[in-house]
Design a protein around this ligand. Structure first.
Ligand code: TK8
Length: 353
């Protein structure tokens, strides 16, 4: 296939610069661009969330490093749709960029579900290690078959449970507690196995559904419980760290192919620099969020190591069912990498923190 940038150069030769300078089509440009290219980006979280700050920073880096010829137009708070909708919009070229939770990409590349296997990562450093290495990259490159380019993993974080019925210290559901989950079958089955009534739902609907009592609980990292104001409609918080959750910064093929190789390299570099800043901000907010949520009136309980282990045992049959679907080698390779890392850190014999 002819690369659009090559096509642009060919047209440039054939038609002459004066004609081309007046054409606004992103397909027709020389380097440097004569008009700036707008790339529309959308995310589900608010502008003041760490994800929102990360995306604004990414846009800033891209604008500065391209001398203004690439401009990312940022839409937050689900203004362009929920994660699944935006993934499709990005594939079709209706929008250029999004940053969904990796769990919503599992319908395309099932291996993404392994990231969300409950009680797997002990800390953020373990997640960074495997996501930024060959294990995480292999899933990003498989997105190519689905019209998507995965640029980098950002942090959503360790997820915690909230509800407005009663304190749940041990992470076992009370049958009729309707718990909003992300739209991922492995997670739906996991929460059912723990005794909840899972209700998969797009993120932008969650606050209203909690307020109306359509669902009684949800689970998300502390920065999201804070930035999405879930404390307004949820009384109880269980510090459970039951799942580690990552975002994937994505650009769709239609937008990607309208960029020259230099511009693609610029975007890849900026995606990594913005990732590092976003993770730092996410961790800073996560560290201070608990005090703020308590001050807003949330009642906090902590899942004990013992109860986490019991929950993990209850989930074993669910995960065994998924090993094959997500690719057994993906699961084995993750555990090999984690064991190596823990071994190198002398942590192999310690219980999870
Ligand atoms: C925002 C979502 C959110 C995720 C969820 O679009 O759906 O609960 O944790 O951050 O991606």
């Amino acid at each position: 296939m002819t690369h659009p940038a090559q096509l642009a150069r060919r047209r440039w030769c054939g038609l002459g610069g004066a004609v081309l300078a007046g054409l606004a089509s992103p397909w027709v440009h020389a380097t440097p661009r004569t008009t700036s290219l707008q790339l529309q980006a959308g995310i589900g979280l608010k502008a003041d969330s760490p994800q929102g700050r990360g995306l604004a920073y990414f846009a800033e880096l891209v604008a500065a490093r391209s001398n203004g010829s690439l401009r990312i137009d940022v839409h937050t708070g689900g203004a362009l749709g929920d994660d699944l909708t935006m993934i499709e919009r990005v594939r079709s070229g209706a929008q250029a960029i999004t940053c969904p939770d990796s769990s919503t990409l599992a319908a395309k590349v099932p291996g993404f579900s392994v990231i969300n296997y409950p009680f797997t990562f002990r800390n953020e450093a373990e997640a960074d290690h495997v996501l930024d290495g060959p294990w995480g990259s292999s899933f990003l490159s498989r997105l190519g078959e689905h019209g998507l380019v995965g640029l980098s993993y950002w942090e959503n974080g360790f997820r915690h449970l909230t509800n407005n019925r009663q304190a749940i210290a041990d992470m076992s559901g009370i049958g009729d507690l309707r718990l909003r989950t992300m739209q991922n079958q492995m997670l739906i089955d996991s929460f059912a196995a723990l005794g909840f009534e899972p209700v998969p739902m797009p993120f932008p609907q969650v606050h209203a559904a909690l307020a109306l009592g359509q669902v009684h609980g949800q689970e998300n990292p502390l920065p999201t419980i804070l930035s999405s104001r879930f404390y307004e409609v949820q009384k109880h918080l269980t510090l459970s760290r039951h799942v580690y959750s990552a975002f994937v910064l994505l650009i769709g093929k239609p937008a990607w192919e309208s960029l020259s190789p230099d511009e693609q390299a610029l975007l890849r570099r900026a995606a990594i620099d913005a990732r590092d800043a976003q993770r730092r901000w996410n961790r800073e907010v996560a560290a201070s969020a608990l005090e703020q949520l308590k001050a807003k009136g949330m009642q906090v309980s902590v899942l004990s190591l013992h109860d986490a282990e019991r929950a993990r045992r209850r989930l074993r049959p669910v995960l065994e069912k998924y090993h094959r679907q997500v690719g057994l080698s993906n699961v084995v390779e993750l555990y090999v990498q984690l064991s190596r890392l823990r071994n190198a850190q002398g942590l192999l014999d310690l219980p999870a923190p």
